[in-house]
Design a protein around this ligand. Sequence first.
Ligand code: MG
Length: 172
Amino acid sequence: MISPKIQDAINAQINAELWSAYLYLAMGMHFESEGRAGIANWFRIQFKEEQAHAEIFINYLNSRGGRVVLKPIDAVPESWESPLAAFEATLAHEQKVTALINNLYALAEAEHDYATRGKLDWFVSEQVEEEETATNFIERLKLIGNDGLALYMLDQELASRVYNVPAPLAAK
Ligand code: MG
């Protein structure tokens, strides 16, 4: 069995991952409406990844005999003034998620719940990747500036991103 404290914290994390999914879906829809199909594709895949993150926690809580409780998902913004602004918002959001994962990790240690701590290791590495990816796009978009052709080429590049089931879910 899992402690009520850890169960509540994981349920809060499930909600945070689903909010992330909702945020990236909104970004995808925004860029779809702006005619940036590649950037839209990139965010729609990000949406699927965040849903997968929620599912990993859902499966884990179930495997520990816990109870998944789905809370309302808060509203997300509707538009961003540029691709750069969207990736800056992405980085700021992922930094918040990193802090949530770290807090959960610290709680698992404080509660001597080493199974939960171990489960979080993959998420700790995943957050490094998420922040690095967003940072790279911010740097590239700053270089692109107002160059329409360069932005068109980046959009083409992002159109080729495909969804890969995250390892902890694929192994399930
Ligand atoms: Mg996530």
